[in-house]
Design a protein around this ligand. Structure first.
Ligand SMILES: O=C(O)CCC(=O)C(=O)O
Ligand SMILES: [Fe+2]
Length: 313
């Protein structure tokens, strides 16, 4: 149980094991808040308005790898109820949380420091709220993937079926940190999957690497942050970008975020879409499970991850 962050953070000193090497520390904590990450209104995806939305999504996915969506169809109540359920979970007693602690990556139901992935009786509303949220988030993700497919000139159903069969919901809980300059809530990384839909709550912390610098993604009420995963970058043959991001801590308040990831089934074959390669496919074909095997040990070195799946120039 001593491994759970909540059992030491009140001591007000950052344990040595949480201190990052100088080159990966967040450095200047005052970064510009990125007003340039596009906010896309999904209210009306028919007719002319659809064409405009498709273009906005494509442009944002090419330039930033990130955008925020509003009027996305997930009811506000459900967004905040699911956020509350996770907050409630993290406020449970250390004993209750310790029952879910596991280092076994095969366990579909586990808590580990800095990450959680579980489905239990407590909190009481967990199953109902999180199941409903997951269904809605998956629907939204598939809708966005259909717009992406349209923008790339692929069949509208290109990402349906095995390519989007799996989902993962991950709730992150970042405690106030005694010294935010020495550590990160989450190291820089790209997401491995196809598409991520993140509810980042109302506390700053998410930063995206854009144009050679880290910029904060402003929390907007009722908006969800969407980003392109490595798998989508590969299928698009680098037309879309999976971009590095990280989370900084703060010394005042707790931050909870809920990430929903749409991913291929393990045995899916991932390769650049034939119509997008021209005469130069950037990546070879591979099984998604091979990607994951290489991804996790190299979580914070995206160039190394992607290099392994590239065809020689
Ligand atoms: O907490 C956040 O804002 C981002 C989390 C994240 O990047 C992830 O779970 O992959
Ligand atoms: Fe991420």
């Amino acid at each position: 149980m001593e491994k759970l962050v909540s059992s030491w953070y009140k001591n007000k000193t950052l344990p040595q094991s949480y201190i990052f090497p100088p080159e990966t520390r967040p450095g200047n904590l005052i970064v510009p808040t990125c007003k340039t990450i596009p906010v896309i209104d999904l209210d009306n995806t028919v007719g002319q308005s659809r064409t405009r939305i498709v273009q906005q999504i494509l442009k944002a996915s090419q330039e930033y790898g990130f955008f925020q969506v509003i009027n996305h169809g997930i009811p506000e109540d459900l967004m905040y109820q699911s956020m509350d359920v996770f907050k409630e979970f993290f406020e449970m007693t250390a004993e209750d949380k310790a029952m879910l602690y596991s280092l076994d990556p095969e366990s579909s139901c586990r808590l580990l420091t800095s990450s959680v992935n579980y489905a239990r009786e407590k909190p009481i509303r967990y199953r109902e709220v999180v199941a409903t949220y997951s269904i809605e988030a998956k629907k939204l993700g598939l809708r966005i993937l259909e717009l992406v497919a349209e923008g790339l000139g692929l069949d509208l159903g290109y990402f349906r079926g095995k390519l989007s069969e799996s989902m993962l919901l991950s709730a992150n809980h970042y405690l106030p940190c005694p010294d935010p300059s020495l550590t990160l809530g989450m190291s820089k990384h790209c997401d491995a999957q196809l598409l991520t839909i993140l509810h980042q709550g109302d506390v700053n912390g998410l930063q995206v690497f854009n144009d050679g610098e880290w910029t904060g993604v402003e929390p907007l009420r009722n908006a969800l942050v969407v980003n392109v995963g490595n798998t989508l970058q590969i299928i698009s043959n680098n037309k879309l970008k999976s971009v590095e991001h990280r989370v900084v801590t703060n010394s005042n308040c707790v931050r909870t975020s809920v990430g929903f990831f749409i991913a291929p089934s393990d045995d899916s074959i991932i390769e650049p879409a034939k119509s997008l390669v021209g005469n130069a496919a950037v990546y070879r074909a591979f099984e998604y499970k091979e990607f994951l095997l290489h991804f996790f040990p190299n979580f914070d070195n995206n160039d190394l991850v992607m290099e392994r799946f590239k065809l020689q120039a």
